[in-house]
Design a protein around this ligand. Sequence first.
Ligand SMILES: Nc1ncnc2c1ncn2[C@@H]1O[C@H](COP(=O)(O)OP(=O)(O)O)[C@@H](O)[C@H]1O
Ligand SMILES: [Mg+2]
Length: 440
Amino acid sequence: MSDQPIRILLIEDNPGDAELLEVMLGQVAGTPFALECADRLAGGIERLARGGIDLVMLDLTLPDSHGLDTFRKVKARAPSIPIVVMSGISDETIAIKAVHESAQDYLVKGQVTSQLLARGLRYALERKQGELALLRAMEAEQRARRELERAHEELKRTQAQLVQSAKLASLGQLVAGVAHEINNPLAFVANNIVVLERDLASLRDLVRLYQQTDATLAQHQPDTARAIHAAAEAMDLAYTLDNLDGILDRSHDGLKRIQQIVLDLRGFSRASLASDAQHGVDMNDSIASTLNIIRGVARDRDVTLETDFGPLPPGACYPARMNQVVLNLVTNAVEACSAGGKVVVRTRSAPDGALIDVIDNGAGIAPEIRDKIFDPFFTTKQHGEGTGLGLSISHGIVQDHGGRIDVESTPGQGSRFTVFLPAAGGVKGAVADADQTVPS
Ligand SMILES: Nc1ncnc2c1ncn2[C@@H]1O[C@H](COP(=O)(O)OP(=O)(O)O)[C@@H](O)[C@H]1O
Ligand SMILES: [Mg+2]
């Protein structure tokens, strides 16, 4: 820097003063200064616009500008170039004001020696360079802080994902265990019902045969006949015999429902335990199983859960993780609704992939938190009710699939979360076949 000449722009209308300054600068032995002159403010500003000037020496009284205004105009055009203002003895106070407004220094004409001038200019430059260096250091610090914040966010997200996948894995094991425990008694209850049905039919036939002997019995054993009549009346025999079929039918229905629930639980846990991507996954099937898991929660809250499935081409995805996304979105939607609310899960195929909409007519999302809902640990729910992880996890999972989640919401009217999954799939790593990854 020191062997480069300092390029000075002198804006001064008085040729005598300009010449004097030039001479004085020249007198400083080995002065590395290059001087350019402009005799109007307009000309000076034009020169500044072309760049390459290190320092401005500015006469405050020019034909096209006067006083502090002159300084302010130059400052506005070249905020990072140091300006040394020059004034006559009579307007020194204005020059001082300019210094208060960040001029680097001021000189009073007629009181300057070449040595003073050279030193003043160097100081001015050094001070300015110091200011610039400080500014740059502050900017660098700010950048570093932003980097750190980003890294911290990333870390929180990763941690949240880890926590969630660990939770999912243990939930999967738990669910698999429960499903297994229910499955055994369920199997023998189902078998017994079939046996009961057959035996009851035989018993009913037998009772009807006995009933044909009523008259004979009344003749020969009137006491027994009376006791039988009393017992038959007490239990409303006719009704009971008629009702048996209904009871058995309803028991079959109930059993079928329990079997479906167990099947869904097993499907969910199997998916939770298999972390591999799978080919040919029918997302509608997957979503239907997942919805069965939270149907009870929705019913308890008096929220209707509806589906509107469009045909989806079988795709590649991580089914366990996609189930989790659907579970998170639908849980949020149900939780956003008050009693009587409605949640619709809709699927559609798009030209380049599949769309899953989760639409609710619940509380909606206030615009001021709209940017935060995907942040890990952001929740508006009571302590113990919300972890603030659902959406951040879901976002990460959908991103892993090369897709995205969009949100539209009107406070007081409801929200719509739309998941887009690209057909090509961003599914990373080896993709296994759906049927082969199912653990026994
Ligand atoms: N369907 C929705 N309607 C209204 N607000 C929602 C909905 N889904 C998410 N939110 C908001 O986003 C926040 C974060 O959601 P999430 O990450 O799932 O965490 P959590 O459900 O544990 O609070 C919720 O606390 C809620 O304020
Ligand atoms: Mg949630």
